[in-house]
Structures are given as structure tokens and as C-alpha cells.
Design a protein around this ligand. Structure first.
Ligand SMILES: NC(=O)c1ccc[n+]([C@@H]2O[C@H](COP(=O)([O-])OP(=O)(O)OC[C@H]3O[C@@H](n4cnc5c(N)ncnc54)[C@H](OP(=O)(O)O)[C@@H]3O)[C@@H](O)[C@H]2O)c1
Length: 379
């Protein structure tokens, strides 16, 4: 019996992916393996989730990982065991060796954009190797692809994610804070410009009950991928933020300290920040949102803008980064993905396929509702 291995399967996002696949008709005939370094945590979660989920104690960075995958008869590996900012391609290489399809949730710019280096090896082993099957760039590019139908040329893409009060897992927090205060390049007005992570704090208005949210610069794969995917684009900006303004102020100040060389990195503070955010979460917002704003020219060469906003209530936002990986795994299990090779997760799933995973959750999409005077993009 083949298996779907979820690395980080009892982690924040991994457990949602396991839960979705364990009782899924697409995965019938497959075991869903909850993989992580703690057998006890994997066993406990397997009992909780039921279905065809089983524990799988494994270290994905061990030299014997490819053999472990072969023994488990892995057909698909979903890698959520970040942070990816500090990883090389040993895990996808092991999957290629074990002839298992590989899908990750990576948000690290160099990691996602560089995955094409594995293209030949993946084709030789007839596997699909996909990086970034998460909010970025899978969902973000699917939204831009959809909005792009209304344009003859796209000039700018600005997208933003504001989370609710529940913090993500340690891996996500370590990843996103690894570039706090660090410089990176962003395509702006047709040239690369240097900005700094978690700086340039900005208020943006979202539909009620979110209201005003504070967001800041983030270093994400889309900043490299979108100028190539949409060649007419002159500016690509991505910002993110957490619900509480005081947390944003603290992150902004910490990032400033790194930028000023008073601190070398915010990563050592992650365990403490995570405990603090978890303790405060119950009193905070249960709403999160993602917004994609596209400007350009329509078919009549008139200036045109489109805005797509997804709003998640009742703490359902943290399900969204899992949708693309779940959708892609289901599609692979149905043998409905003919492509082989290694690539960032763009063009493999359309917007409907991704959002269909969230049926039954409190998630709504609003289009073109933004008043640009208060919250439109800056140029
Ligand atoms: N692209 C996007 O839009 C996007 C958005 C959000 C999140 N993400 C990604 O999602 C990833 C997961 O985040 P999360 O919040 O779920 O993190 P998390 O809760 O910290 O989960 C990470 C899991 O990985 C496991 N793990 C760590 N090292 C391992 C190893 N060597 N072998 C096997 N398992 C290992 C951990 O368990 P043990 O330590 O017990 O082994 C833990 O269960 C992040 O790294 C982030 O990159 C991407």
C-alpha cells in the first residue's frame, strides 16, 4: 500500500494537511504518514485524526531519509518541516531518489526560485517536484492569473496578508523573522530597489471587522517570480502583518535594530516571541485576510485596476496556506497532473481548485471593493 508522507505532520500546517487527506476519498488505498522526529507526538496525533493516518518517526535531514521513504513506499511527500530559508535541496533530492513526488510549502525566496535546478533529475525519475504550494506563490499567482484576464498589460502587483492573533508554528515564525531588518531587492518602477524586511510599516484598511491593519515589507518568492511570469509588470510589492499593532511595532523596532547592526538577527528571540504571541492569542482578532491588487491597461488600453480580497473568520485563516498542497496532492493521487520536472508552484492549480479545499470554512472572497484613496497601492 503506497503512502503520502507529510513531513512536519503534527506541526501547525502539517496537521491540517494530514487531517484533510486522512479521510479523503482521493487518498483511499494510501496510508497518510504523520512524519516528524517525535514518535510520541506522531502517535498521539494519529490516534486523534483517525482515518488512514499512521505515525512515521523520521528525521528528513538524516542521510538515510531516501531509504526510509522507499521502505514506506512513499508516492508523495509533502514537506512542511521548515524553516526553508536555511535548507538545501537534500529533501527533494531524497524524494527524487525514492521516486516520490515532492510538494513543499516553502516561503524562502532563494529556495522556491532555485528549485528548477532539480528539473533534469526530477524528469529522469519521472517525478514532480514543486516548491511553494502554499499562499505564496501558489495562491497568489492563481489570483493574479485570474485577474490578468481583464488586462492587456499588467503594470503593478501589490499583495498583502494580514493574519489573525493565533501565531503560526515556530518554523514559520523563524522563517519570516530571518529577514527582519535584512536588505533585499524588490522590482519597483522597472528597476530593482533595495528595501529591508519588516520595515516601512504601513496602515491598510480591510473590510470590517478587520479595519485598519499594520503591514510591512517581506522577502518572498513572488518578488522574483512575478516579474518573469508577468513580463509587463513594473512593480511587485508584498507586505504582511499580524493583527495586533503592538506586535507589529515590536517587530518593526526589532527589524530596525538588526538593520542598525545592534542585533544580528531576530531568530534567537523566536521561541520567546512565540510563547508571548500564544499567550495573547485568545484576546486577539480571529480574522485574517489576503488582498491582491493589480493595475494596468484593459483591452481598450484604458487604465484599469482589480482587487481581490479573501477574508477568513473564526480563526480559519491558518487553513489557507495548506490549500494548494492539499489540492495538488489530491490531483496527483487522481493521476491528473501530467507534468514532470521541478518548478515553483505556479500554473499547476487554478484558483477554483485551490479554494475548493476550503469548502465549509468561514472564508469569503470580495472583488474590487477597495477605496484606493485610503488603502490603494503606493507608487
Ligand atoms: N509559502 C507560504 O505562503 C507559507 C505560508 C505559511 C507557512 N509556510 C511554511 O510552512 C512551514 C511550516 O510551518 P508551521 O507553522 O507548520 O511550522 P511548525 O508548526 O514549526 O511545524 C514544523 C514541523 O516540522 C517538524 N520537523 C522539523 N524538523 C524536522 C526534521 N528534521 N525531520 C522531520 N520533521 C521535522 C517539526 O516536528 P519535530 O521538531 O518534532 O520534528 C514540526 O512538526 C514553514 O516553514 C513555512 O515556510 C509557507
Amino acid at each position: 500500500m503506497g503512502s503520502v508522507v507529510v513531513l512536519g505532520g503534527y506541526g501547525n500546517f502539517g496537521r491540517r494537511i494530514v487531517a484533510a487527506l486522512a479521510s479523503d476519498a482521493n487518498a483511499a488505498g494510501h496510508r497518510v504518514l504523520i512524519a516528524g522526529r517525535s514518535r510520541e507526538r506522531a502517535e498521539r496525533f494519529a490516534r486523534e485524526v483517525g482515518g488512514n493516518a499512521e505515525p512515521f518517526a523520521v528525521d528528513c535531514h538524516a542521510p538515510s531519509f531516501a531509504e526510509a521513504l522507499a521502505r514506506a513506499d512513499a508516492k508523495i511527500v509533502i514537506h512542511t518541516a521548515g524553516p526553508f530559508q536555511t535548507q538545501d535541496y537534500a529533501v527533494p533530492h531524497a524524494c527524487i531518489e525514492a521516486r516520490a513526488h515532492y510538494v513543499d510549502l516553502a516561503d524562502a525566496r532563494a529556495f522556491v526560485c532555485g528549485i528548477r535546478a532539480l528539473d533534469d533529475a526530477a524528469k529522469r525519475s519521472e517525478t514532480l517536484v514543486v516548491s511553494g504550494a502554499s499562499s505564496l506563490p501558489a495562491l497568489s499567482s492563481a489570483v493574479v492569473d485570474r485577474l490578468a484576464r481583464d488586462f492587456s498589460s499588467i503594470h503593478s502587483i501589490e499583495h498583502v496578508i494580514t493574519s489573525g492573533a493565533i501565531p503560526p508554528g515556530l518554523a514559520t515564525m523563524s522563517g519570516v523573522l530571518s529577514y527582519a531588518g535584512k536588505p533585499f531587492e524588490r522590482w519597483h518602477d522597472g528597476r530593482w530597489r533595495r528595501v529591508h524586511g519588516w520595515q516601512d510599516l504601513k496602515w491598510m484598511r480591510f473590510p470590517d471587522p478587520l479595519g485598519l491593519r499594520c503591514v510591512a515589507n517581506c522577502d518572498v518568492p513572488d518578488l522574483d517570480l512575478f516579474p518573469h511570469r508577468y513580463p509587463s509588470v513594473e512593480s511587485v510589492v508584498f507586505r504582511a502583518g499580524v493583527a495586533q499593532p503592538s506586535s507589529m511595532l515590536a517587530i518593526g523596532l526589532g527589524a530596525w535594530a538588526v538593520r542598525s547592526i545592534l542585533l544580528s538577527s531576530l531568530v534567537p528571540f523566536v521561541p520567546r516571541l512565540h510563547r508571548l504571541a500564544t499567550a495573547r492569542a485568545r484576546r486577539g482578532s480571529k480574522h485574517s485576510a489576503m488582498r491582491v491588487h493589480v493595475r494596468g491597461l484593459n483591452g481598450r488600453s484604458q487604465p484599469h485596476t482589480r482587487t481581490w480580497t479573501l477574508i477568513a473568520a473564526n480563526d480559519h485563516g491558518p487553513h489557507i496556506p495548506c490549500f494548494p498542497a492539499i489540492a495538488l496532492a489530491r490531483k496527483l493521487l487522481r493521476d491528473a497532473v501530467p507534468r514532470r520536472g521541478a518548478m515553483p508552484c505556479m500554473g499547476l492549480l487554478d484558483l477554483e481548485e485551490i479554494l475548493a479545499v476550503g469548502r465549509g470554512l468561514e472564508i469569503a472572497v470580495v472583488e474590487d471593493e477597495v477605496d484606493e484613496r485610503s488603502s490603494g497601492p503606493t507608487r
